[in-house]
Design a protein around this ligand. Sequence first.
Ligand code: PEP
Ligand code: MN
Length: 341
Amino acid sequence: MDIIVLRPGATAKELRYIVKKLENKGFKANISKGTERTVIGVIGDTSKITEDESNAFASMAGVEEIHRIIQPFKLASRDFKSGDTTIRIGKHTIGGKRIHVTAGPCAVENLPTLLNIAMEVKKAGATFIRGGAFKPRTSPYSFQGLGEEGLKFLAEAREKTGMPVVTELMDPRDIDVILKYADVIQIGTRNMQNFRLLSEVGSHDKPIVLKRGLSATIKDLLMAAEYIMAQGNNKVILCERGIRTFETATRNTLDLNAIPVLKKLSHLPVVVDPSHGAGKWDLVAPMAKAAIAAGADGLMIEVHPKPEEALSDGEQSLKPDKFKTLMKELKAVAKAVGRTL
Ligand code: PEP
Ligand code: MN
């Protein structure tokens, strides 16, 4: 027993009674109110529930039916919620008909460069600004990000352009400062299975973009989403950003299969980061188009006016004019698959 579906018209009292019974058994209830029905997700080790206990719940007032979910991820699964999840951020909705593009530098470097990029990408049609202030670098000697100063610059870019800010949180100790400035918290590839970090962001209600781990399976990604959702935060956006394979011609292998697979298994929005996926600027446009064609709800793209001088990921960053051209081309791809951009 993983999901309890209530009858249309079940009362608040009936709902409270069921939740109380679940809590008495050591479970938590995740309540999702649809237009017709309320669905209760049972959080905890549901394999311990006996058939008799399950039957008892099935016969409680207000209960229509009880479901088992076969997948180990529950709240993130399509079995739990058949309709697509949409996430409202400012005036934008992620996961609806419109495709959203998040663009900006890999790392926030200084205020003038960031403002310049923000203005350019906004003009081209991007709706979110990205930029790392806490950077997960392979070498401890590489630029690690500006920290809070970088977040302040991002807030200034939001002020000037109206674009919500997407930025990475690497350490639970920085949660307060991130909450102060970010509109969407990015959990990076290297932290996809940092379970304490996932639980931390799950206990706030900021939307999360969760990037697939370098060597994570699709199931691992959905289990990571489950960690966040189990704490009560359902605003999770899944991000395919390329995985490690034997191929050396590209930085990573962008797994386009993941888009339709995730859409089949989960109701959560799916975005694609072709910049990290390919690792080379000239591959970004074709892979961005392919991602939209395959059903992605959004893209995350690195843009820098002087890639050769960028403090990180210059080789995969698009110059603003190339980004602008890509945005025009993406409009046509979006239209071909019944979406807008
Ligand atoms: C980034 O977005 O700049 C980044 C570090 O991404 P990832 O975690 O996917 O490598
Ligand atoms: Mn980067």
